[in-house]
Write a protein that binds this ligand. Sequence first.
Ligand SMILES: Cc1cc2nc3c(=O)[nH]c(=O)nc-3n(C[C@H](O)[C@H](O)[C@H](O)COP(=O)(O)O)c2cc1C
Length: 317
Amino acid sequence: MNGCQASKNFWLKLKKPIYALAPMAGVADSAFRQICKSFGADVVYSEMISAAALAYNSKKTLELARFDKKERPYVVQLFGSKPEHFAAAAKIVEKKIRAQGIDINFGCPVKKVLKQGAGAALMNDLKLARRIVEAVLASTDLPVSLKCRSRAGEATAVDFLKAIKDLPVAAIMIHGRSMAQGNSGKVDAKIIKQARKYFSGVILANGGVKDKKTADQLLVETGADGIGIGQGALGKPWVFEEVKSKTPSVRGHSVSRRGIMLKHAKLAEKLKGRQGIIEMRKQLCRYVTGLNNASELRKKLVKAENLDDIKKIFNFQ
Ligand SMILES: Cc1cc2nc3c(=O)[nH]c(=O)nc-3n(C[C@H](O)[C@H](O)[C@H](O)COP(=O)(O)O)c2cc1C
């Protein structure tokens, strides 16, 4: 398969620089992705989805991967360690979930994932990593993208790209931090810049972007085709509007900020009920960053169970 890449490859149609919502487990659910899309995210990634669970038809996992058409183009990110699971999961993503792209996780540093030989562990087993990419490519006509780290142990992003450079991969998001760094600390822009020599598809640089200044800086330093934004979008989905605009943020005002938060919470409750609000608590706390009474609000927000609780906290009727 992967014969129709050119016609189905939405990556080729996106205007550069491309601003993507990076995959974030436990946070980047459909409600959040829709809100980020409404502020101009060019492409949104799912939370990481177990290839094995999809392959074995887990209803819960299928639900986790579902999306709304407003999110298009939507990419489902798969993690796992067995090519056969990826092959089966890729077919489900294309035929049942009907996403626009499939991404493969080569960057997760979480112990539970590494123990299975998945995520960033695969950067240290490049033969298996390549077999996984081949298995996905052979099972779908959707564009296939990859997400890796600047480094995992001895292996760098360049070593990783060398191992797959002859395969028709559409895009790669390179998180400029090593596996050991996790999700904080200095970003290695140099290695992302070097990636261009070994990869002709779309390159997204990722790590530390939280506003227009940091986005522009990472684009200049890496020469990438776009940026993946993760934590910088938490409690600040309008970051996409900000990085695309020519002027500084227009969302500084606390009233509009609360309005956006409420819209997000409404959607979260509609899609997931009480669970949606509980999962959103951390983000609710981020939304109030910078407000005078932020710490008072946070104490209440961490206990919110539904939309009414949130409205009461903010004195909304
Ligand atoms: C809560 C959280 C969950 C994440 N989940 C995933 C995931 O499922 N798949 C993945 O490839 N990366 C995941 N990441 C990493 C992000 O996609 C991104 O690479 C990282 O946060 C660095 O970008 P940032 O500095 O813009 O946040 C996660 C990060 C966070 C903070």
